[in-house]
Design a protein around this ligand. Structure first.
Ligand code: ATP
Ligand code: MG
Length: 275
């Protein structure tokens, strides 16, 4: 890490983020059904979230997702399970009919997405997460929109974290490869110096090699002390780096546990990990 300035005084730098470091999970043992938060509550939690779009049916049913300090939490599940909807709900893009969202102990259920960014949430949505006609540098600058201080140091840290973006900083983001675009999107979210980062399918549509590289960068960000809550299509690989995992099915928590537990569970393997 020493060569990389992308660190600050938050978090626990010594702790292993990967599964080898042990669970450190807020949720203890594997269980079926509703996820139960740890006493004291995790750093970010959407708890018992029930809601849908507009006046439509409930997409989420008592869904709980959470991430604690020093953790990577991963949400997996079939297409249409409501993973993105759950992320949007935590970010304030969905009116909840029941449940709540808390950040660092504070109830933020009523806050707008903008206000949540000010509180320290960084969110990279699944689609349309960059401005394709702007340069890489302009995209990162846009990310700093809430900041009134000098953000040049953060920009440098992000360009250190993603060296290819330094090389391409004056190029239109739309000219970049899929993996490079995702780096722009993550970099943009980091420009606010978030206290927690939410990523919806950061490795969508990239090759396995690029996926591994992106996961390495995500682990690096987590090691700087920024907890990460992410949705992943590459379930097996994502659970390997997850401290905590959630399997969502039809808007509900089907399974939750440590990444390791979920990877070892025969039912989860059979139904969601291809055996
Ligand atoms: N903006 C929207 N308005 C109405 N319904 C929506 C909207 N977005 C998603 N849905 C519906 O909500 C359900 C869950 O969709 P969601 O995108 O959350 O699933 P997902 O688990 O993220 O799927 P994927 O793996 O394909 O990204 C689906 O039935 C979908 O059609
Ligand atoms: Mg989705």
């Amino acid at each position: 890490m020493s060569g990389n300035a992308y660190q600050d005084d938050r978090g626990n730098k010594d702790r292993s983020i990967t599964k080898a470091g042990g669970p450190g999970s807020a949720e203890g043992a594997m269980r079926k059904g509703k996820a139960v938060p740890a006493p004291g509550g995790p750093f970010l939690i959407g708890e018992n979230m029930t809601g849908g779009y507009g006046k439509g049916p409930n997409i989420l049913e008592a869904c709980t997702i959470a991430v604690d300090k020093g953790e990577i939490a991963v949400i997996v599940g079939p297409n249409g399970a409501g993973k993105s909807t759950a992320m949007k709900a935590v970010f304030g893009m969905l009116d909840l009919r029941e449940g709540s969202v808390r950040l660092d102990g504070e109830d933020i259920t009523a806050l707008s997405p903008q206000a949540r960014v000010v509180k320290g949430m960084g969110f990279v949505p699944q689609t349309s997460n960059i401005f394709t006609s702007l340069t890489v540098e302009e995209n990162l600058e846009m990310g700093a929109f809430i900041r009134r201080d000098d953000f040049s140091e953060t920009m440098e840290q992000i360009l250190d974290l993603f060296p290819i973006l330094r090389e391409k900083r004056r190029q239109a983001a739309g000219e970049l490869s899929g993996g490079q675009r995702q780096q722009v999107a993550v970099g943009r979210a980091l420009m606010t110096k978030p206290k927690v980062l939410m990523l919806d399918e950061p490795t969508a549509g990239v090759s396995p090699i690029v996926m591994d590289e992106l996961f390495d960068r995500i682990i690096e960000v987590a090691r700087t002390g920024i907890p990460i809550l992410m949705v992943e299509q590459n379930a097996r690989q994502a659970l390997e780096i997850a401290d905590k995992g959630y399997v969502l099915v039809q808007g509900m928590n089907a399974y939750s546990g440590t990444g390791k537990d979920l990877l070892a569970d025969p039912e989860v393997r059979k139904s969601f990990l291809g055996g």
